[in-house]
Write a protein that binds this ligand. Structure first.
Ligand SMILES: C[S@@+](CC[C@H](N)C(=O)[O-])C[C@H]1O[C@@H](n2cnc3c(N)ncnc32)[C@H](O)[C@@H]1O
Length: 124
């Protein structure tokens, strides 16, 4: 599906598609930015007042972030709209000095669907 989408937008020649388990592939990857769009653990996330990072799959958000940091200095995470934003910001403190942090709310037809958190060089 990703290849098909890339073809539609005419950008497939700029992309190397790698299919596999992110946690196994990570040691062989290097880049400028990692975009993480991890599973939120199913529809039950909607019922929670505060979605905490330990609920992310396949591993908790802290571990996922740390793995991403071995690949790139800049990390982007797409997260549920009810995520605990203070906890997300804490991820930026895992680096010394702390990474720049920005959070963006994502609306579709007026409904808040998710949030995107930017760590590192946030001037994308
Ligand atoms: C919320 S979806 C992201 C969808 C994607 N952003 C898109 O627009 O199609 C989470 C995805 O993570 C994948 N996933 C879960 N564990 C993974 C792992 N260990 N390695 C690679 N992908 C994984 C799932 O198969 C699922 O497609």
């Amino acid at each position: 599906m990703a290849v098909n989408n890339a073809k539609i937008y005419g950008v497939e020649k700029y992309i190397d598609f790698v299919v596999g388990d992110f946690l196994q592939l990570a040691p062989s990857l290097k880049g400028n930015v990692v975009f993480l769009s991890p599973p939120w653990g199913g529809p039950s996330y909607k019922k929670m007042e505060n979605f905490t990072l330990n609920l992310l799959k396949p591993v908790d958000g802290y571990s996922l972030f740390q793995v991403a940091q071995t690949i790139a200095p800049n990390i982007i995470m797409f997260l549920p709209r009810n995520v605990d934003v203070c906890q997300v910001e804490e991820l930026s403190w895992l680096s010394s000095p702390p990474l720049n942090f920005e959070i963006e709310e994502n609306y579709v037809r007026g409904f808040l669907k998710g949030v995107t958190a930017y760590f590192g060089n946030t001037g994308y």
